[in-house]
Design a binder for this molecule. Structure first.
Ligand code: ZN
Length: 382
């Protein structure tokens, strides 16, 4: 008889029935303390060599039902290589059909990035003499907000912030951070060396460890969406944001780059701080140039598809990007990567995946070096 388990780091599924391999019925659990849900991650045992049909009964009521259109679930036998499996969506249920080759097979909304891997990332990074690690703050579940300082702050070096995974069900964000950090720490990489002559990088690879471990889509352990907390973060609701914002105030920000995934849109794109009241022409010009540069450096990134540009004054100032531009005057943007595939350069086997996210993160080093000398001065704010 098949068996479904999810009681592990970043697991999420509820079993309705799993007695018949042709009719396994599942539900995605809501984020702790909230109605958001979309992230799933579970293990199937005991179905090697025969077909299984798994239905996620509550897919249609999830946070981003458009995310299921043209979506294929991710599967892995070794938790390292993830591939796509046949998946269909009828507007209500998501159905996954697969013939597993192994006794155990893992399924997930996207290649997971666990807190154990996060710990490995931090441990590896601190082996580099160009990297210092520190705890910025503590979460409800007593996990830590870890920050890496890469390079050394010095007169004339610009403070650039790159952080990800405010939304824990967007693990592509931490794959991206891993690629970015590994490249910056590679002593043989001349682009990284040149960038670190001109800038110091503050990297927070996971802003929501509680949501990550609990298998949430969008919120921390308290049910709070961190990317709506930046205007007024509190120790009670959003200690993660408070810790990072206090460090930004202390260290300064010339560029803020916040890494996410978008459920519905099958492209890599940037949403910039165009909607900030009184944004300067120099900031608008650099936001445009930054995106064009990225597309030139890595064709998996593109500028034709994305969110509509907000009119000046109409931006959401509770997000990191809106708030950091509005209050600190810094050039700010949000990167969105797809859950499905980058349709401008599709990969039928893997779709968009962790490895491609890592490579896009490596490319950020090229983009930063190309623009760092020309970053506009911080806007004067009241
Ligand atoms: Zn997000």
């Amino acid at each position: 008889m098949p068996r479904i388990d999810a009681a592990f780091d970043s697991g999420n599924i509820e079993v309705v029935t799993a007695t018949d391999p042709n009719d396994i019925q599942l539900r995605i659990a809501k984020d702790t303390g909230s109605d958001f849900y979309q992230w799933f991650h579970f293990r199937l045992a005991g179905a090697a060599g025969r077909g299984v049909t798994m239905r996620i009964l509550n897919a249609g009521g999830s946070s981003y039902p458009k995310g299921w259109e043209n979506y294929r679930a991710c599967a892995s036998y070794d938790r390292d290589t993830w591939f796509r499996v046949p998946t269909s969506y009828d507007g209500t249920e998501l159905t996954i059909r697969h013939v597993p080759e192994s006794d155990y097979v893992w399924y997930a909304y996207f290649a997971p990035y666990s807190m154990e891997r996060h710990e490995d990332l931090i441990a590896a990074a601190q082996q580099s003499e160009r990297c210092a690690v520190e705890v910025l703050g503590e979460t409800h579940d007593k996990q830590t907000i870890d920050m890496l300082t890469i390079g050394a702050a010095a007169e004339g070096r610009k403070p650039l912030w790159v952080f990800g995974r405010q939304h824990p069900g967007e693990p592509m964000a931490e794959w991206y951070m891993e690629g970015f950090i590994e490249r910056l720490l590679d002593p043989a990489d001349g682009t990284s060396r040149a960038l670190l002559d001109k800038a110091v990088i503050y990297a927070v690879p996971n802003m929501n460890p509680d949501g990550t471990r609990r298998g949430n889509l969008r919120t921390n352990a308290l049910g709070v969406n961190l990317n709506r907390e930046w205007a007024a973060p509190s120790p009670e609701k959003s200690p993660e944001v408070l810790a990072v914002l206090q460090a930004m105030d202390r260290l300064g920000v010339d560029l803020s780059f916040d890494v996410h995934g978008d459920e519905a849109i099958p492209y890599n794109f940037i949403a910039g701080s165009y909607g900030v009241p009184g944004i300067s022409d120099a900031h608008v010009a650099m936001l445009d140039r930054f995106q064009q540069t990225y597309a030139a450096m890595n064709p998996d990134f593109q500028t034709a598809h994305g969110y509509p540009k907000p009119a000046p004054g109409k931006g959401n100032l509770t997000t990191s990007t809106g708030h950091i531009a509005n209050r600190l005057g810094a050039l700010s943007m949000t990167l969105e990567m797809p859950f499905k595939d980058a349709d401008n350069q599709p990969d039928p086997v893997h779709g968009w995946d962790g490895e491609r996210s890592k490579i896009l993160g490596r490319s950020l080093v090229d983009v930063l070096l190309a623009v760092v000398d020309d970053l506009p001065p911080r806007m004067k704010r009241n």
